[in-house]
Design a protein around this ligand. Structure first.
Ligand SMILES: [Fe+2]
Ligand SMILES: [Fe+2]
Length: 175
């Protein structure tokens, strides 16, 4: 968890219950991710239309973005509709560690143990954002696009950290 900034809004998260952590994730990171991906969608279309002789990174971004966006929307959906309700139920059932371990099978097991946020693609998007900013940061639409991409990847890093380093280890350890 980020601790350098004493006012960081997430400082109290480790003290939250599982249900509170999930509610925080949905209200902040999930909501933010959905919204900013829509904005990025529009900016890519606009940039392709407006910028004459755009940097080659724009075409590369446009090519990978559709799938990235779709996969991320599915990921958020699956968490909110399958994984989080399961954790909520588990929390209320008062099951002990062994019972919990027996409960995570099939898709839940997969979602917990192989939880993936497509880190490689995030890295790729980050690099493309840097290049777009370097080569076309003086063009307003590219400046906005690269800035939004940066915001997305920064937010995702925090989001992934809360899930992979705090919430899921608690479940896997049966806390
Ligand atoms: Fe999430
Ligand atoms: Fe996730």
């Amino acid at each position: 968890m980020k601790t350098a900034d004493p006012n960081f809004i997430g400082n109290a998260i480790p003290e939250y219950s599982n249900v509170q952590v999930m509610s925080y994730l949905i209200a902040t990171h999930h909501e933010f991710t959905r919204n900013i991906m829509e904005e990025i969608d529009d900016l890519i279309v606009l940039a392709q239309k407006e910028v004459q002789e755009p940097p080659e990174e724009l075409a590369e971004l446009a090519a990978l973005w559709k799938k990235y966006h779709r996969d991320m929307v599915m990921h958020l959906h699956d968490e909110e509709q399958i994984l989080f309700p399961w954790i909520r139920e588990l929390d209320h059932s008062g099951k002990n560690r062994d019972e919990v371990a027996r409960t995570y099978t099939g898709p839940i097991k997969h979602m917990l143990e192989e939880h993936q946020h497509h880190e490689e693609e995030i890295e790729r998007v980050k690099k493309l954002a840097d290049q777009l900013s370097k080569k076309g940061g003086f063009i307003p639409v590219l400046a906005r696009l690269s800035y939004k991409l940066r915001q997305l990847t920064n937010d995702l890093e925090e989001h992934m950290q809360i899930e992979s380093e705090l919430l899921f280890p608690r479940i896997l350890k049966g806390n």
